[in-house]
Design a protein around this ligand. Sequence first.
Ligand code: MN
Length: 343
Amino acid sequence: MNINILDTNQLALMDQLISDANTVLVVCHKSPDGDAIGSSLGWAEYMRLRGKDVTVIVPDQYPDFLMWLPNTDKIVRYDKHREKCDMLFKIADLVFCLDFNTPSRVDEMGQALVSSKAKKVLIDHHLNPDVPADLVVSQPEASSTCELVFRIVWQMGAFAQLDKAFAVPVYCGMMTDTGGFTFNSTRPEIFQIISELLTKRIDKDRIYRNVYHNYSEDRIRLMGYVMYEKLVYMPEYHAAYYSLTRDELKRFNYIKGDTEGLVNMPQQIKGLKLSISLREDTEKNIVWVSLRSVDDFPCNLMAEEFFNGGGHLNASGGKVEGTIDEAIEITKKAISAYENKLK
Ligand SMILES: [Mn+2]
């Protein structure tokens, strides 16, 4: 299987940077998702194999539905252990930045990251990488950072020596970043990679259940409420949106992660091209916006133009600094501005 992604120079530099380092950090973006956590844990396993003293640092809390992953107990949260993390950034020889393209994606940790004298390597699949690094592996066409982690490890000849503790998080991140292999996952290499991961005797069906069949009663009722009461369907535009206020979230005992993936549900309406979620922040006067599309509808452009955000072609995010009613008005404007591409 030829899934190599590093050119000869990159391969040599990667190996050199790793060989020269002793203390290694692996960091990912704030509000980490399955790909961020999965790629970090997988890469940390590779670093352990290389005999490194490795620590995974995340900016803040990661979702409950990822807690079962192996070695999550060793993850250090920057927001909870700032001093320890700042010290680690000072003494580290090498920092791997996974699944983000700019220091602003790591929140308060950005300062410690940028000022760290350690060598830095970026491994990411978002557009326009802008992290100062000694080696940048940026592949926006990749399904996930986990896919990149696999391909690098494979190319470096280390896969045979790794076990489940590598294969489980890597599979998990590939799965979550493709919605269970339902989007952005048509390239044959993806399934070649999966077939290799399965040789490590991972239980992919259980991984699926651990992630997707993990709802509280409150969450499943919130989903029902949103789809029944709150969804605004605009058939002439092949678009739908919904809004959730702070009070509504409270009614369903909202905890972080409860609305995760909800924006994908309206996509099941036949012919729908665009789905938008508007969620009021539980404290600040901000409305968080998520956009999902199919085919070539560019929700990243819509997110940039109307919602102070950006992202991937089919999955983007942003925010409105204002009330939920203002956010709804902007959403209506955005949909009609893109009428040509939607109708
Ligand atoms: Mn990702």
